[in-house]
Design a protein around this ligand. Structure first.
Ligand SMILES: [Zn+2]
Length: 381
């Protein structure tokens, strides 16, 4: 079962819209992500019905029209919980209403029928004492051993934590000894706030040691980072719920920039969403929301596959992850607004992006080799 470069978070557990046409047919990406946290938080009747019928959640989705061959990725969703334990939740603006034990997570995993499962982890903070880090690494390893009792290693995504070569190597070697072939970068957001230079070194280093395997990164605080993660660091995939937030704020992705929807020219995009959008529609209608969401999904999916060259070369995000970063999408949107006030910026529309897709793939492959040979000796240790 294939993962895709972009793995949108899907809220089928709690939002009916995701279980109805056209979203249930999901032509947008090869994989979606949902969380155990969503299962426990949801009080949706559909969930109860599926669980009591003995079907898996994926079976239930397929009955509704979800394509069988699309991958369902189960995540713990406990980043929020872990963030609180690590004392950084408040700083990140995260509110936690429930806590989940590993056995609750595993129970949710078992009834999900998912194709990939993220192993529960602990956030290792950059400024933590080494004894604490070692204790957390020990827990992370034990979590994996527990998960291996119910899930085959080929279906597990193991999370790499730590900021030094020795910690990272130790975890990676352990994962490999357990037969793991899919990895994810963890602890990115706290590290991002701590030290961006270290973050970049860690990203390059983890990409280097996992080069023969799939590497995922959790979360996309704003769309500008899509390019950075997937096309500069060459990480294989990223998940995001940003597209929903952007859409809720009535933003239309022009390239990677969420623009106020009044700036959109729907006829210039040939996606399924724009076919159904018109400037005469009420922007508060659910039909408008749905089709705007489809446009944003399609645009982000295309950007995940190809480089957005036209605009990216001028963006601060290209030069330094920190310059154009923000911890909230709102802030990212303000930045995008500001930048787009300049005249003569030409956006790459979805159809143009499609045209350029094939030739870009060849170039990316050759570039990958050169990136991986880049020295990471000076990583903090
Ligand atoms: Zn469109």
């Amino acid at each position: 079962m294939k993962l895709s470069r972009l793995i949108p978070k899907n809220h089928f557990c709690s939002i009916e819209l995701f279980r109805a046409e056209p979203l249930i047919s999901w032509p947008y990406t090869d994989a979606i992500l949902f969380t155990a946290y969503d299962i426990y938080r949801s009080n949706d009747f559909w969930l109860d019905r599926i669980v009591s019928s003995g079907l898996t959640l994926k079976d239930g989705l397929i009955d509704l029209g979800f394509p069988k061959n699309k991958a369902l990725v189960a995540d713990t969703g406990v980043f929020e919980v872990e963030a609180r334990k690590a004392g950084i939740a408040k700083e990140l603006g995260i509110q936690v209403d429930i806590e989940l034990s590993n056995s609750q997570i595993f129970e949710a995993y078992e009834l999900s029928g998912a194709d990939y499962f993220v192993a529960p982890d602990e956030i290792v903070l950059p400024d933590e004492k080494i004894e604490i880090i070692h204790r957390k690494i020990k827990i992370i390893k034990q979590n994996l051993i527990d998960l291996l009792e119910i899930i085959h290693p080929s279906k597990i995504i193991a999370v790499i934590q730590g900021h030094t070569e020795s910690i990272i190597d130790d975890l990676f070697d352990f994962y490999r000894s357990q037969g793991i072939t899919h990895f994810a970068m963890g602890g990115i957001i706290p590290l991002y706030h701590h030290n961006k230079t270290t973050l970049e070194k860690v990203l390059y280093y983890v990409r280097k040691i996992t080069r023969d395997f799939w590497l995922h990164v959790f979360g996309l605080p704003h769309m500008g980072l899509l390019h950075y993660y997937l096309h500069e660091i060459e990480i294989d995939s990223v998940d995001t719920s940003a597209l929903l937030y952007i859409t809720a704020r009535r933003r239309y992705l022009l390239g990677s920039r969420p623009e106020p929807v009044r700036k959109a020219v729907f006829e210039e995009c040939d996606c399924d969403g724009c076919q159904h959008l018109s400037p005469d529609m009420s922007t508060t209608s659910s039909e408008f929301f749905l089709n705007l969401y489809i446009h944003n999904l399609r645009t982000a999916a295309i950007l995940s596959e190809i480089k957005e060259k036209t605009i990216r070369d001028r963006s601060p995000a290209k030069r330094n992850i920190g310059e154009n970063e923000s911890r909230s999408i709102q802030k990212a949107e303000r930045i995008a607004d500001k930048q787009s006030q300049g005249v003569g910026i030409s956006w790459m529309t979805a159809d143009v992006a499609y045209e350029q897709r094939k030739e870009k793939v060849t170039k990316q492959t050759s570039r990958k080799d050169s990136l991986h040979s880049k020295s990471t000796k000076d990583i903090e240790d």
